[in-house]
Structures are given as structure tokens and as C-alpha cells.
Write a protein that binds this ligand. Structure first.
Ligand SMILES: NC(=O)c1ccc[n+]([C@@H]2O[C@H](COP(=O)([O-])OP(=O)(O)OC[C@H]3O[C@@H](n4cnc5c(N)ncnc54)[C@H](OP(=O)(O)O)[C@@H]3O)[C@@H](O)[C@H]2O)c1
Length: 210
């Protein structure tokens, strides 16, 4: 697939990009600064032309993934919303409110994913995923022993993102409608607290069952 990573110059964006490039996808790195995007593209082994402004990346892709800090989610989406019409937009945003990142603090609308859907409107299908995966681990070749909760209102769109999680070496699970993203977003603060109190580097979640 042709995947645009919006804010792809950051930690999570580079991690997902590196995995999807290895899986054979066409990856576009989006940024507010074209030279920064091109530099990241080259760093990831791509041609510099794979680095673009976020708006051009959104216009060029089949599917997009937003990887900017939650405080910049709205301004970023408002600047590119037309390019995302009739596409899936994966939202990995966690609404952390520094400095109290170990405390679950959610936006009034309920979650970052619901906020994205409200901004983009019904022409774009928002699917939430990857909130509980370490960007640092994604940037390595290591096997990541952590699952991905995939929430979205359309089952076909969730299936697409579960397949992309598999392509990144992760097991994705149907986590129900987009409003359920609140659970994955809240879990991140809990995982940060577990990392701190139990001296772990990259705690994650794993679904079990028979
Ligand atoms: N880091 C993790 O392990 C991890 C794991 C799961 C989920 N997440 C979530 O994924 C998202 C990205 O996390 P991250 O750690 O990758 O973030 P990051 O590295 O701090 O930032 C990602 C990118 O956001 C862009 N950005 C920064 N300030 C901006 C602004 N004012 N307006 C628009 N864009 C701006 C920058 O791209 P340009 O300067 O190139 O435009 C930057 O490279 C967050 O919502 C985070 O909660 C992170």
C-alpha cells in the first residue's frame, strides 16, 4: 500500500515507516518541513522524493497514519483534511498531558481518536492503533512481544489496519468501535507508570485466551 506517515520524522513515525518499508509498502514521510522529511526519507533508505510536506503526503497516499503529539493533532489534521477524504487515517495519538503522563487524562470528547474523527468528518475513516507500542523498539529489528488494539467503526478498515500491524511484526486485535480507543489511549499512561515503578523499558499488553 502507499502509506503516508504524517509527522513521520518523529519517533513513532520512523519506527512504523522502517517496518512497513521492510514489508514492501510504499512509504511517504510527511512533515511541516520538506527538507526534514527528505532527510528522514533518506535516513530510512528511501529516495529523497519520498519526503514531502504533510499536505502533499496526504494527497498522494492510499492510507495515512498520524504520528504527531496530541497537542498538535487538531492543527495538523485541519491543514490536510481534504487530502484524507475517502481514505483510512490511522490515529496513534495518546492524549498525554505532561508533566503528569502517568495519569490518564482524556479530552472532553472522550478520546484522541474520536477527536480526529470529529475534525475529519464522515468522509474519512479513522482507525485507532499503535498507542501501546514503543517507538524505540519499532525502530529496531527486534521481535516485539506486545499486541495492538485496533478500534474503528468499519470492520473492513479495522482488517486493513490489523494487516498493517502484522506487516510491522505485531498482532493486532479487533477492539471494537472507534469509541473503544479510549481504553488503548488510557493504557499508555498505565504502561508508563509500570515502566517507572517496575524498572521496565518497554512494557506492553498481550491478549491471551484459548
Ligand atoms: N513515542 C512512542 O513510543 C509512542 C508510542 C505510541 C504512540 N505514540 C503517540 O504517537 C504520537 C507521536 O509520538 P512521537 O513520540 O513520535 O512524537 P515526536 O517524535 O515528539 O513528534 C513527532 C512529529 O510531530 C511533528 N510535530 C512536532 N511539533 C509539531 C507541531 N507544533 N505541529 C505539527 N507537527 C508537529 C514533528 O514533525 P515535523 O517537525 O517534521 O513536522 C515531529 O517529528 C503521539 O501522539 C504519541 O502519543 C508515541
Amino acid at each position: 500500500m502507499k502509506i503516508a506517515i504524517l509527522g513521520g520524522t518523529g519517533s513513532l513515525g520512523k519506527g512504523l515507516a522502517s517496518r512497513w518499508i521492510k514489508a514492501g509498502h510504499v512509504v511517504i514521510i510527511g512533515s511541516r518541513d520538506v527538507s526534514k522529511a527528505q532527510e528522514t526519507a533518506v535516513h530510512l533508505g528511501l529516495d529523497s522524493s519520498a519526503g514531502m510536506l504533510n499536505i502533499d503526503a496526504a494527497n498522494s497516499c492510499e492510507i495515512a497514519c498520524l504520528t504527531v503529539p496530541f497537542t498538535h493533532q487538531e492543527s495538523t489534521l485541519l491543514s490536510i483534511e481534504d487530502g484524507l477524504a475517502n481514505k483510512i487515517m490511522i490515529d496513534a495519538s495518546v492524549p498525554l498531558m505532561p508533566p503528569k503522563v502517568m495519569r490518564v487524562q482524556l479530552p472532553k470528547i472522550g478520546s484522541a481518536a474520536l477527536n480526529a474523527q470529529a475534525i475529519l468528518g464522515e468522509n474519512t475513516t479513522v482507525v485507532s492503533a499503535f498507542q501501546n507500542i514503543s517507538a524505540e523498539l519499532l525502530q529496531t529489528d527486534t521481535d516485539i512481544d506486545c499486541d495492538v488494539l485496533v478500534a474503528g467503526d468499519l470492520i473492513d478498515a479495522r482488517n486493513t489496519v490489523i494487516k498493517l500491524a502484522a506487516d510491522a511484526g505485531l498482532t493486532g486485535w479487533h477492539a471494537g468501535p472507534l469509541c473503544n480507543s479510549v481504553a488503548a489511549e488510557a493504557l499508555t499512561s498505565i504502561l508508563i507508570a509500570i515502566n517507572k515503578k517496575h524498572s521496565l523499558a518497554h512494557s506492553g499488553i498481550k491478549i491471551t485466551g484459548h
